[in-house]
Write a protein that binds this ligand. Structure first.
Ligand code: GRF
Length: 218
């Protein structure tokens, strides 16, 4: 049996973050295996990425389950069955239910396109543009029952300009997302992340914890 960590990915859409994780695993930067992609959307482009990279994909739609609780225990069952040690939300457009969180406490990671706790929820980038902030960015955090409220693992900042649109800022943030999400996943698979209440302690130097200019994985 391999001692590589099994990762389960949940995604609802195009899956560019999913792709960045695949690429980092294939390049040998993250020692892990993506065991399954679970999506709530049969049209998600993330499924196509699975085909290209020989990853199992599973469509589980909430509407096919009697209620939200049973949906998330169904999702948890599929992940447990595959021996998943880390669940990665890569553009999963739903608030995850307790039934899943209880099975994977501090083992579910999400990426949010804002510097939390500012601008949680949908359209974080548009909220930042409308507010007129001068620094924007993204946050990788563990998932609890709130909306983007769990302990923060890593953040990366980008400038925001007065003439930014939602699209231009989103694009700038996305480039950082593709660096910090795989980085956080690697720290987790190397067992270098501990959680103490709200605080995430990263074993390493200060540069591993807060990334104004994330270097990406080398
Ligand atoms: C990203 O902006 C991410 O921060 C948010 O959803 C979007 C997903 O994009 N959670 P993609 O599907 O990974 O391209």
């Amino acid at each position: 049996m391999s001692d590589l960590m099994n990762i389960g990915v949940l995604a609802s859409g195009r899956g560019s973050n999913f792709q960045s994780i695949i690429d980092n695993i294939e390049a040998g930067h993250i020692k892990a295996v993506i065991s399954v992609l679970i999506t709530d959307n049969p049209d998600a482009y993330a499924i196509e990425r699975c085909r290209k990279h020989n990853i199992e994909s599973l469509v589980l739609k909430p509407g096919d389950f009697p209620d939200r609780n049973r949906y998330y225990s169904g999702v948890a069952d599929e992940l447990v069955k595959r021996g998943v040690g880390l669940v990665v939300l890569a553009g999963f457009m739903r608030v995850v239910g307790k039934a899943l969180i209880d099975i994977f406490p501090n083992r579910i990671m999400n990426i949010h396109p804002a510097l939390l706790p500012s601008f949680p929820g949908l359209h974080g980038q548009k909220q930042a543009v409308d507010y007129g902030v001068k620094l924007a960015g993204c946050t990788v955090h563990f998932v609890d029952e709130g909306v983007d409220t769990g302990p923060i693992i890593i953040q990366a900042a980008v400038p925001a300009y007065h003439d930014d649109t939602e699209d231009s800022l989103s694009e700038r943030i996305l480039r950082k997302e593709h660096l910090v999400f795989p980085y956080a996943i690697r720290l987790f698979t190397e067992n270098r992340i501990k959680v103490n209440g709200r605080k995430v302690i990263v074993d390493g130097n200060r540069e591993d914890q807060s990334m104004i200019n994330p270097p990406g994985i080398k």
